[in-house]
Design a protein around this ligand. Sequence first.
Ligand SMILES: [Zn+2]
Length: 175
Amino acid sequence: MDLRRVHERCVREVRRLDLRPPLDIGALCARLGEQRGRPIHPLPMTARPTDPSGIWIASQTADYVFYEQNTSRLHSEHIILHEIGHLLFGHTGGGVLSDSTARLLLPNLDPALVRRTLARSHYSDSDEQEAELFASLILSETGFAVVPLSVPEPPEEMSELVRRVWAVLGSPGRS
Ligand SMILES: [Zn+2]
């Protein structure tokens, strides 16, 4: 896919979202979750520098976007929007994990719960560009969020997965 087409697709997708400033990422996730019939749960983590700063995990019923919180608000928001970009565009790479992270995490994840696993394969470069551009376009159109993200309670069925991800990649409390 050439860069111009990536750009056009991003602009179209961002327009479709019809966002008005100020950006409220929690509300955006809620709205998209309703439209898609699959809730999107943004969840903070404190990752090591070698870990990815954002991870999208799709379960049978919901999408979980883990984002690095130990950085600027703007960067955290960019990470969440980047992962939402992958999700909306249907990218299937699943996330970029180092081998060591994947080894630690994957055996702990119940395959019955996780539909799209944390693949070790990297997204194609154009997927990365698309997600990155999507996030940047939203932030440049709406300015960064003034509404702080609350940390939601993960649904019961997934609390084990969330707990394990936090155990491996760092819970919000770790610094
Ligand atoms: Zn990405």
